[in-house]
Design a binder for this molecule. Structure first.
Ligand SMILES: Cc1ncc(COP(=O)(O)O)c(C=O)c1O
Length: 407
């Protein structure tokens, strides 16, 4: 898209397609929504929301508008546009309503990595206290504990998860049965990054709490992909990445903690106010000058989802994933890692492919502009702009490549 077209696209906010259209012809509703609310060209099939989502027009517009107003200083509210020193109460109130928690318990960060690092660094452990985790964690989740292990000697132990699991309980049991006498912290993802498997978070957290353990959930894939209420998850700390599934611009993160646990957490990046515990989560947003436009974009993303209706979004993206799963299940050369159990996945399914097919398949996807994560473990992660034809293109390409390679 040329720059002129882009600017005019941002200037004219299109109304969402109507509910009447949704009821009459849901496929047309989603196609129209993609066409009018996203900048994605028709030629792109984007199924890599698990890495980073695509920002819709209202979000881009909010970011741009904020930057312009800040530069022009035209609105008194914008006179001091530095979110690294502000409490951002109205923005946190909107985010907290969506995430299901109190605004006082929620801080904005730049990404999940920052929130995860802050949590790992900020928890006091005694010598020998152990952190127990799964063998499926993202490097951004593992690294904070590995650093702690290297620096203070607190062991970080990773337990193999059964993949694919027979049931949600199988995942909980694998982790909970590995708790040992020195275990002090349980750290795990709410949705496992490489496979999209949904962990039974509440069950694990309740069992851990009963044993007096601290629970830390890496929710990078949770908020926006499946329904959640942070204050009902049962965890002590949670880190999230709104730029994956919540339509937020890149550079948005969240850190949540239960009130009494936030009080016990040390901040890492600090300026004035770092020790004002009465400010609750706000202490973790006092990090120095930042780009508030990103936060305005994140809030616009939540509003965009509210307007469509998050239940409608969750239904749509899960049904796309179910379609992709069924296609994968029919292919003998695919190892499907997503079980036939709706409780175990949201909108991200994953498959293992033999290198012999995976390499030419990746190359072909690139040529045909089908965006997915690269490797022999492939994730298909769809959002509301993903079209059924995109899933067809993915599997059609895979079938062609398989035929050619003779598997
Ligand atoms: C499970 C998980 N945790 C953490 C991260 C890091 O997220 P961010 O890039 O927002 O810091 C990712 C990113 O893919 C992830 O999948």
């Amino acid at each position: 898209m040329r720059r002129r077209d882009l600017l005019s696209a941002l200037a004219v906010p299109a109304a969402l397609p109507t509910d009447t259209l949704f009821r009459k012809d849901a496929e047309r509703y989603w196609l129209q929504l993609r066409k009018e609310q996203f900048l994605l060209p028709d030629s792109r099939a984007f199924m890599n929301n698990g890495s980073l989502g695509v920002t819709p027009r209202p979000v881009l517009k909010a970011v741009e508008e904020y930057m312009e107003n800040a530069a022009a200083l035209t609105i008194p509210e914008y006179e001091y546009p530095r979110w690294g020193y502000e409490s951002l109460d109205s923005q946190r109130t909107i985010a907290a309503a969506f995430l299901g928690c109190r605004k006082e318990d929620l801080a904005f960060t730049h990404n999940a990595t920052e929130a995860l690092s802050t949590i790992a660094a900020g928890i006091d452990l005694k010598p020998g206290d152990e952190v127990l985790s799964t063998d499926q964690e993202h490097p951004s989740g593992r690294a904070g504990w590995l650093l702690k292990q290297a620096r203070y000697g607190n062991p970080f132990r990773e337990v193999p998860m059964p993949i694919p699991p027979a049931s949600p309980d199988a995942l909980a049991d694998a982790l909970l049965s590995a708790i040992g006498p020195r275990t002090r912290v349980l750290f795990f993802s709410g949705i496992l990054s490489a496979t999209g498997l949904v962990m039974p978070v509440r069950k694990i957290c309740d069992a851990a709490r009963a044993k007096g353990l601290i629970t830390v959930v890496d929710g990078a894939h949770v908020n926006g992909q499946i329904p959640l209420r942070l204050d009902e998850m049962g965890c002590d700390y949670y880190a999230g990445s709104p730029h994956k599934w919540m339509f937020a611009p890149a550079g948005s993160g969240i850190l949540y903690g239960r009130p009494e646990m936030l009080e016990r957490l040390w901040p890492s990046i600090v300026t004035g106010g770092w020790d004002r515990k009465q400010d609750h989560a706000e202490r973790f947003m006092k990090v120095g000058t930042n780009n508030r436009a990103i936060i305005e974009g994140m809030v616009a993303g939540i509003r965009f989802g509210n307007e469509i209706g998050w239940p409608r979004i969750y239904d749509r993206i899960h049904s796309l994933a179910r379609t992709a799963r069924a296609r994968a299940a029919a292919l003998p050369y695919v190892k499907l890692l997503t079980p036939d159990n709706d409780a175990l996945y949201g909108s991200l399914i994953s498959i293992d492919l033999d290198k012999k097919i995976a390499n030419p398949f990746m190359a072909e996807c690139e040529r045909r502009k089908i965006w997915i994560v690269r490797g022999t473990r492939i994730r298909v992660s769809s959002h509301i702009h993903t079209r059924p034809q995109d899933i067809d293109a993915f599997f059609g390409t895979l079938e062609e490549v398989a035929k050619k390679t003779g598997v």
